[in-house]
Design a protein around this ligand. Structure first.
Ligand code: 13P
Ligand code: SF4
Length: 338
């Protein structure tokens, strides 16, 4: 790839922050890094996975696979490389390690947290189990491996409604996302499914910021506006949206909208940037909400991790935790396939 090709793709991204402002000069300065990373990853037998929320130059310039967190971990089971460099956050690296125990998994960014995964520990789950002994513990994929190991079934934002509906139990404890949990309760009511669902108190600090007034304002300004949100948003936001889905489900929905459709995409701005260069025929209003954890991955720290793999932070899991967490993920496959 040369600077002109990169610029021709990225100049459609609307500058929402200094990170997303692509000038020709900026593209020129990134090309040596991109080329060095692409040479080193082959030399080091490394595959690069990048979550949809990462900076566009990572997804476009160096990633072998990009997409939502679960799809990427699955992609990793099909590659021959020994090393996985996962431009994402720690719980995603752990999911990749759970499914690919023989591979080395490294996360290049220094901020590997997630406000959802960090909102509950395995010890807290065990205490909740004592309080709710008859409940099936359903955890969102945005949890640590230890928390998954202490739960019964894992879900993603793409399969959560189907799995909760399919579970052969009417008592569920859903964790850690309170807002997604409230969206599940609302959806089950709509579907006429009777379940008692107890919630934990976590929330995504990026998605909880959207509010109904924002939607009403943009609707009044943009006739025909399509509003798309992630199920980590407030229930009032989900209610006012035309489509609620995972990052993976949003992409085909946007692709299939008629050319010229105004779109308000209420999720992390990395996905908005990608949609702007992939579907320039749509008219994107926003958003500019940035996840500091995802955006702490950069071309610079990816290169550093490839140059000094011995110093790069590896995802390590005890075999007990890995096997128990895998059971929780396998239960997800089972209920999602019913
Ligand atoms: P996906 O599972 O849709 O990739 O979302 C992960 C996430 O962190 C959303 O905030
Ligand atoms: Fe976690 Fe929210 Fe960032 Fe997703 S966007 S990784 S849920 S903090």
């Amino acid at each position: 790839m040369n600077a002109e090709e990169l610029y021709n793709r990225l100049n459609k991204v609307q500058p929402g922050a200094v990170l997303c402002h692509y000038t020709r000069e900026k593209c020129e300065s990134m090309i040596p890094l991109i080329n060095e990373i692409n040479e080193l990853k082959i030399k080091n037998d490394t595959v690069i996975l990048a979550h949809a929320y990462c900076a566009p130059e990572i997804i476009l310039g160096v990633a072998d696979y990009s997409g939502d967190s679960y799809k990427l971990s699955e992609d990793a089971t099909k590659v021959t490389q020994k090393n996985i460099l996962f431009s994402a956050v720690k719980f995603m690296g752990e999911t990749a390690k759970i499914l690919n125990p023989d591979k080395n998994v490294i996360i290049p960014g220094p901020l590997t947290g997630c406000s959802l995964a960090d909102s509950i520990t395995a010890k807290e789950v065990r205490a909740l189990r004592e309080k709710y002994p008859g409940h099936t513990f359903v955890c969102y994929i945005n949890t640590t491996a230890e928390v998954k190991a202490a739960c019964d079934v894992c879900v993603t934002s793409g399969n959560v409604m189907k799995i909760v509906e399919n579970l052969p139990t009417d008592k569920i404890l859903f964790l850690p996302d309170r807002l997604m949990g409230q969206n599940i309760i609302d959806e089950m009511k709509k579907r006429g499914v009777k379940k008692e669902i107890v919630l934990h108190s976590g929330a995504c600090y990026v998605h909880k910021t959207y509010d109904p007034e924002l939607i009403q304002f943009f609707r009044s300004q943009n006739p025909g506006l399509k509003v798309i949100c992630h199920p980590e948003c407030e229930p009032e936001v989900a209610l006012l949206s035309d489509f609620v889905g995972s990052t993976g489900q949003m992409v085909p929905y946007i692709r299939d909208l008629p050319a010229g459709t105004p779109v308000l995409l209420l999720t992390e701005c990395g996905l908005v940037a990608r949609m702007q260069y992939e579907y320039p025929d749509k008219r994107f209003i926003g958003s500019c909400s940035m996840c500091k954890y995802m955006k702490s991955n950069s071309l610079e720290n990816i290169l550093e991790a490839l140059q000094h793999p011995e110093k790069a932070p590896k995802v390590e899991l005890s075999e007990d935790v890995r096997v128990a967490a895998k059971k929780c993920i396998d239960a997800m496959f089972h209920y999602a396939s019913l």
